[in-house]
Ligand binder design. Structure first.
Ligand SMILES: Nc1ncnc2c1ncn2[C@@H]1O[C@H](COP(=O)(O)OP(=O)(O)OP(=O)(O)O)[C@@H](O)[C@H]1O
Ligand SMILES: [Mg+2]
Length: 497
């Protein structure tokens, strides 16, 4: 894994998968952790750039042109030192042998050798710079180079790399440009290769799109030129080890305590629930919360593209789809999984994301005794979620008349929960809607709870309240069957005050 050498110019040789080259002596512009210096980098001074990749709460420092020039010169000097140290390092140690050691041991070994090289080469660096050089080189050899500091942060939900010099992150629902940069597209491409080679794939002109996963479970999408016009493009949904709970969602104002109770009761009473929402609106998080109320005695089968759900239930079978291999064969689709799991005696089926013909099989399952099944769908409101399902069934080539499909949907789905990322960056549950049947050709929906927009604070935060509409839910009888109708009644009463 360490066997390849990266040229000082930063251009690595073509990297054969699945053993990509180290990303090179890059991360040159990873923000240094010095207080004044980092705040005064040229990037930080540009108004459009954020300081998101730097430690928070740095005092704002006004810098003049001369100091900026000095800092640029310092950065260039550090870059040159890094390249030279990296090259000497590659000559000094057998990277192949290091692969048998643990990451920490390798880091220690590399640090020692770098310290030696620096003292032997007689380069003038202060202790802070020396530390930075060691960190950056270790990140390049062992990890994902300039992305490492971002991956280490827990407050980041997404990392979006649009070519070597534009790295965006999403924190607290807001997308910001960071000061992190790769040295060039070749270094970025190397990082992409390294990520996808871990799942036995390769990205190049012939196969320019790839989904992969980082070792920590983060979901990754890579798309490279010629499809991505401005250089390799990497999108990472960071995996949260501790998924948010309903208590936290209540604390964030994403849902009211009563709203959470209504959803808990619906989940425990084995309603079939569809979570609808836009990209990154919190659908998977919500689905994960709902699974906490599944009775421990129930057998649950989950089907996902990339395993994100963390069920606490003891009796869970987790299934994951598989993309085709390098020869283009061996693909296992979501539909294959859902169909197979019907033969696994599931009590509930959970589909991470319904986006194709598996919609038909999930509806069938919901209609044939697998009550309490759940899934998520990309849609902007509950009505649209229904038509998305209808389209998915139609696209699957099932020659059902539209009315028959709608009947299937209306008898299968009990509840649609709409998640949304509002313009202030907050994620909220904006609608809890019941599917109650058909009127003529139309599926009838009724809102149980809605989010009313009230006002906006001076700092742009949206204020509102979750209000129950006062309608008695159609799943009342189910709640009563499970002895939960009192809880439901109290929550509904309180929410409609
Ligand atoms: N209510 C919330 N408040 C704050 N952060 C949230 C909330 N819900 C989810 N998040 C965070 O937002 C990010 C995206 O959440 P999640 O993966 O659930 O979205 P999604 O709708 O499933 O996205 P995708 O469409 O990409 O599958 C995660 O980092 C998650 O921790
Ligand atoms: Mg999701």
């Amino acid at each position: 894994m360490f066997g390849r050498r990266v040229e000082p110019g930063g251009h690595s040789e073509t990297v054969p998968a699945p053993r990509p080259a180290p990303a090179g002596p890059g991360a040159p512009r990873t923000p240094p952790d010095t207080g004044t210096d980092s705040a005064a980098t040229p990037e930080a001074s540009a108004p459009a750039l954020s300081k998101a990749a730097q430690p928070p709460k740095k005092p704002e420092i006004v810098v003049d042109e001369a100091s900026l020039d000095r800092l640029r010169a310092r950065e260039n000097r550090l870059d040159e030192i890094k390249v030279s140290v990296f090259n000497s390092l590659i000559e000094a140690i057998d990277l192949g042998q290091l692969s048998s050691l643990s990451a920490d041991a390798v880091r220690e070994e590399i640090s020692d050798v770098i310290n030696e090289i620096i003292s032997m080469q007689d380069v003038v660096v202060n202790p802070q710079e020396q530390k930075q050089i060691i960190t950056d080189i270790c990140n390049d050899i062992l990890g994902l180079g300039p992305l490492e500091p971002l991956l280490a942060r827990d407050d980041i939900a997404d990392i979006m790399v649009n070519g070597y010099d534009k790295v965006y992150i999403e924190t607290k629902g807001k997308v910001e440009l960071t000061t992190v940069k790769f040295r060039d597209n070749a270094q970025l491409m190397n990082v992409c290769q390294r990520i996808v080679s871990a799942v036995g794939r390769r990205v190049d002109e012939a196969s320019p799109i790839c989904d992969a996963r980082l070792a920590d479970g983060s979901r990754v999408n890579v798309i490279v030129p010629p499809l991505a016009l401005d250089g390799p493009t990497l999108t990472i949904r960071k995996f949260k080890k501790d998924k948010l709970t309903f208590d936290e969602l209540i604390q964030f104002g994403s849902i009211s305590p009563e709203g959470a109770t209504i959803l808990e009761v619906a989940s425990a009473s084995r309603c079939n629930i569809l979570i609808s929402g836009g990209t990154g609106s919190g659908k998977t998080t919500l689905l994960n919360c709902l699974t906490n109320y599944i009775d421990p005695s129930e057998r649950v089968v989950t089907c996902e593209d990339a395993a994100e759900l963390q069920l606490k239930n003891p009796h869970v079978v987790r299934l994951e789809t598989r993309p085709p291999n390098l020869e283009g064969v061996g693909e296992i689709t979501m539909r294959d999984l859902v169909r197979n799991c019907l033969r696994m005696r599931p009590e509930r089926i959970i589909v991470g994301e319904v986006r194709g013909p598996e919609a038909f099989d999930l509806l069938q399952a919901m209609n044939t005794g697998h009550d309490g099944s759940m899934g998520t769908v990309h849609a902007n409101n509950p009505r649209e979620a229904i038509s998305r399902l209808e389209n998915m069934v139609a696209m699957g080539g099932f020659s059902l008349p539209p009315k028959a499909t709608r009947e299937q949907i209306s008898s299968a789905i009990s509840l649609i929960v709409q998640a949304s990322r509002l313009r202030d960056g907050s994620r909220k549950i904006v609608q809890v809607t019941e599917v109650i049947g058909m009127e003529g050709d139309v599926v009838t929906l009724q809102d149980l709870m809605v989010f009313d927009y009230l006002d906006e604070t001076s700092d742009g935060r949206i204020l509102g309240r979750h209000r129950a509409t006062g309608i008695r839910p159609a799943f009342w009888d189910k709640a009563r069957y499970f002895g939960l109708e009192d809880r439901l009644a109290r929550a509904l009463e309180k929410a409609s005050d």
